[in-house]
Design a protein around this ligand. Structure first.
Ligand code: B12
Ligand code: SF4
Length: 483
């Protein structure tokens, strides 16, 4: 739904891994299957004859596709070394190997830049399964190691073709960049902190500015989990951009308390071209915010919205809908959302492997189909009948989307949309025409009826507090010392 409608973004993680592999002397190609087809992939296998293929599995919803492609690759190129890496793949390594039935040689957990060249070196060697973060059918190595210096291995953007296909809303075309990595908070529904071991690293202002300056697209999605936690870093990057006369439009995501604390910085970035901002509101009431361990109050959330309006930013917020919601709860969100100027998104609470709620959620999963783990489907028991739940969800999304994304939004976003069209960019306008067929309650309900080839391993019985050794991919430094 995401890449059909709202946006399609470049595979930044894979581009960074590709840069590291290329720096180690390999000839690398990158194929983005959000844009290219499986036939294009088959053609690459024949023409390029790779000695190794690495699949980026950031999203659970893509698990079946990656397993099928790994199996097909094994059949077509029996000598090719096949590995899987990425965010979601890191949390489910043993089950991926099991589903792969011998087609996947290893899963690489955690950050890929440092370890992937070593994996390629050891690919025919028994020591493969002793490398940090590597899991094979013969065993697994120690916990993965973090990339100390974010300035190393700038993304190999030149390897991503048809770049004009990348966009987010009217920011069309749009590249991606990373200024910092990790998140020091610990929200219960999120796997960013468990993946990065609550670390937080920054690129140097000079290198961040150089990277942004090297981008050809006029728009940039800043992928940091929480942008501008340290204001001096944000100001320093801004000054480097000014020195280089870099002028672009930016999209970023941050927390409401960070915006309140660093208001001047966000106002400064507005002058530099900050256009869109995403704030993780998650809930309107205190109780739900506590449940998500958001460490923020509703009052702070609403204050942040006022500040964003003052600065003049286009803001999108997210609310998490629980499967337990009844009509009244949806109605409350609709009523609130229609009174605020912000774009309001609604996602469905989903226990992802790698989140704390994966271990603590006592309700049983109603589906173990990976494709439904995309925060747009209900995988926990719904209070209303499932079709009624989707009817309410889609009705709410539809009303909220029409407020900002349908044809009625043209007066507001008309100018940037026309500017994109003049550049020959049609992603945003195509999205408008697809709107009704994609946001559709029957389609979401029907997704539950599809045959399931690969079942997710069920969670173990719920515990009050998960074991850190199971929760984290990169171990927090504090816990490493204890073990
Ligand atoms: C940009 C982004 C998106 C983009 C997609 C961009 C793209 N083309 O990849 C969009 C906006 C479409 C998106 C959508 C969604 N996203 Co998102 N997204 C992100 C975000 C903010 C940044 C990703 C990124 O570029 N990171 C920087 C790069 C450098 O890191 P990386 O991609 O992880 O790559 C590193 C490693 O994973 C590894 N690696 C990656 N690929 C490979 C391949 C090999 C072979 C190897 C060896 C290693 C390797 O090495 C890389 C370098 O260290 C992350 C948060 C985050 N910090 O990662 C969330 C995140 C990944 N998204 C998340 C979620 C929940 C979603 C959505 C389901 C919902 C939503 N509302 O956001 C949708 C679902 C999409 C779907 N298809 O199902 C969650 C993941 C939850 C989970 N456990 O699966 C994250 C962690 C956000 C969060 N805080 O919870 N997302
Ligand atoms: S939701 Fe945001 S603030 Fe909370 S842990 Fe995830 S990235 Fe950090």
């Amino acid at each position: 739904m995401y890449s059909e409608l709202y946006l399609r973004l470049e595979p930044l993680g894979l581009e960074r891994v590709a840069a590291a592999v290329r720096a180690a002397g390999h000839d690398v190609r990158l194929l983005d299957l959000q844009i290219f087809t499986h036939d294009d992939y088959r053609r690459e296998l024949v023409e390029f004859k790779p000695e190794a293929v690495g699949f980026s599995l950031n999203y659970l919803a893509n698990v079946p596709e990656v397993i099928d492609l790994a199996k097909e690759t094994r059949r077509r190129a029996p000598d090719c070394f096949i590995m899987v890496g990425g965010h979601s793949g890191s949390f489910i390594a043993p089950e991926l190997l099991e589903h792969g039935e011998g087609a996947i040689d290893c899963v690489v957990r955690g950050e890929g830049e440092v370890i992937t060249p070593r994996v390629l070196e050891a690919r025919r060697d028994a020591k493969l399964s002793t490398l940090p973060g590597v899991v094979t059918r013969d065993g697994q190595g120690p916990a993965p190691t973090l990339l100390e210096d974010l300035d190393r291995f700038l993304p190999a953007r030149d390897l991503a073709h048809k770049r004009h296909k990348y966009f987010i809303g009217v920011l069309d075309p749009c590249a991606s960049a990373e200024l910092t990595r990790g998140c020091p908070w610990d929200c219960s529904f999120c796997s960013a902190w468990t993946f990065y071991g609550r670390s937080y690293r920054k690129s140097s202002p000079e290198q961040a500015a150089e990277d942004l300056a090297s981008i050809r697209e006029p728009n940039v999605f800043l992928v940091d989990d929480v942008a501008f936690i340290h204001p001096e870093h944000g100001f320093a990057i801004g000054q480097e951009l000014e020195r280089r006369r870099v002028r672009k439009q930016y999209y970023l995501e941050t927390r409401c308390d960070v915006l309140i604390k660093n208001k001047e910085l966000f106002a400064y970035w507005k002058k530099l071209g900050l256009f869109y901002m995403f704030l993780g509101l998650e809930a309107l009431d205190e109780e739900a915010l506590k449940l998500h361990r958001k460490r923020i109050t509703p009052g702070e959330n609403f204050k942040a919205l006022e500040i964003a309006r003052e600065i003049g930013l286009t803001v999108a917020v997210n609310i998490i809908a629980d499967c337990d919601w009844d009509e009244r709860r949806f109605e409350v969100v609709r009523e609130w959302a229609m009174t605020v100027p912000e774009i309001v998104h609604l996602t469905v609470a989903t226990p992802y492997p790698g989140t704390e709620i994966w271990f603590t959620e006592a309700r049983r999963l109603t589906s173990r189909d990976y494709r439904l783990f995309d925060v747009a489907h209900a995988v926990l028991p719904t209070r209303m009948p499932l079709d009624k739940f989707y009817a309410e969800l889609v009705k709410t999304q539809d009303i909220l989307n029409r407020k900002h994304l349908g044809w009625s939004a043209i007066p507001k976003y008309g100018f940037p949309a026309v500017r994109a069209l003049l550049r020959g960019q049609t992603n945003y306008v195509k999205m408008l025409s697809k709107f009704a067929s994609v946001v559709n309650k029957n389609r979401q309900y029907d997704d539950h009826q599809r045959p399931v080839t690969y079942q997710m391993r069920p969670p173990r019985p719920a515990v009050a507090k998960p074991d850190p050794a199971e929760l984290f991919i990169h171990m927090p430094a504090r816990l490493q010392k204890q073990t």
